[in-house]
Design a protein around this ligand. Structure first.
Ligand SMILES: Cc1ncc(COP(=O)(O)O)c(C=O)c1O
Length: 349
């Protein structure tokens, strides 16, 4: 029920995915961006059509951190400003600028520490406006749904207010959809549960179903000039083939609708168990927070039932299964979870 950190979107070794990458390899696996690669256009077109984000430009790279690094750099280039606002419990990657705005001092090396990072309480609009008023803010970055921090969906209205504020103070609004995007929340991007159109959207994980690929969607009006961003491997033929296969399968097998349907079902069933835990999330991005450490529950699920779950901190189970999860598989998990939870909760009494 973990899909390899939310990376496995269409399921392991899907035949169309295997065929597409294998065939591509027999033609050409890589050539640099000094030639035009038609697969990049096909990927951009299919991504625009399935996500509804048609009026964005696409920059391709190789990982989530790299996508955020480029998004932050772009925001700084276009605004001429330096500071970045991010939020408590947020995670944006382990590279230089991305880690400096990640709320985890343990993974920030001295070389990554930056006076440009402003990390504010999540959902705090007033604090955000105060920081923006002080000026020099290039961007506000926020996850569509906080993942590593424990599956926290932004409050209703938070993103709408952020959009208004970033417009007022001329900063870019960056939606980090690296974990919450690509259909996981039951919409293509989690922010699409709101009416907001971000200036920049970052994505990775589910995009390649395990093939390392990331991307940055950039609103058309943002005048990114040729050469502003660059990469050797980004947008290579194999990565494009993998990403196109993912989009084709997601569309043909209606996996976004499935994520919404099965995710809602799991959350309803968990809520109906009436246990001493809180259920949060959207689609197949689900957090279950307990009042006690979950090590025993996770171990029992794994060793007695062969079900692997994710974690956040000591007390939160994170469910991030492939978007192709069936109702039978969901029921298998729910039955196992119910038995294990009752046992473990009783042993604590
Ligand atoms: C929301 C978010 N942003 C960025 C990243 C970094 O992605 P990557 O590990 O591909 O660099 C992650 C990874 O977990 C993430 O969850």
């Amino acid at each position: 029920m973990y899909g390899g950190h939310a990376v496995i979107s269409i399921g392991h070794s899907h035949p169309n995915y295997v065929d597409k990458i294998s065939n591509q390899l027999t033609q050409i696996g890589f050539y640099s961006n000094s030639i035009r690669n038609p697969l990049q256009q096909e990927l951009a077109d299919k991504l625009g059509a399935l996500s509804g984000c048609n009026d964005y430009q696409l920059f391709l790279c190789n990982s989530g951190a790299e996508a955020n690094e480029n998004a932050l750099k772009l925001a700084s280039f276009i605004t001429g400003k330096k500071k970045i606002i991010s939020y408590k419990k947020g995670f944006h990657g382990r590279t230089s600028a991305a880690v400096s705005i990640t709320d985890n001092p343990k993974i920030i090396a001295p070389v990554n520490e930056s006076d440009n990072a402003i990390i504010l309480p999540f959902n705090d609009i007033r604090a955000t406006e105060e920081a923006l008023k002080n000026g020099n803010v290039a961007a506000v970055i926020v996850e569509g749904i906080q993942g590593i921090g424990g599956i926290h969906v932004p409050d209703a209205g938070f993103l709408v207010e952020l959009k208004k504020l970033t417009e007022k103070y001329v900063a870019a609004l960056i939606l980090d959809e690296i974990q919450s995007g690509y259909g996981r929340s039951g919409k293509f991007f989690a922010f699409q549960h709101t009416p907001v159109n971000p200036d920049i959207i970052t994505m990775a994980k589910g995009m390649g179903n395990g093939f390392p690929v990331g991307g940055v969607l950039i609103q058309k009006e943002i005048g990114a000039w040729h050469g502003m961003l660059g990469t050797t491997f980004g947008g290579n033929h194999l990565a494009c083939a993998a990403s196109i296969a993912v989009l084709d399968v997601m569309k043909n097998e209606k996996l976004i609708e499935n994520a919404s349907k099965i995710g809602n079902y799991i959350m309803q069933e968990l809520a109906a168990m009436d246990g001493d835990f809180e259920v949060r999330g959207l689609g197949l991005m689900i957090g279950i927070e307990f009042t006690f450490p979950i090590k025993e529950i996770r171990n029992r699920l794994l060793f007695d039932y062969g079900i692997f779950t994710g974690v956040s901190g000591q007390n939160i189970i994170r469910l991030l299964p492939p978007l192709s999860l069936t109702v039978q598989e969901a029921n298998e998990f729910l039955a196992a979870f119910s038995e294990v939870y009752v046992d473990v909760a009783q042993s604590l009494d």
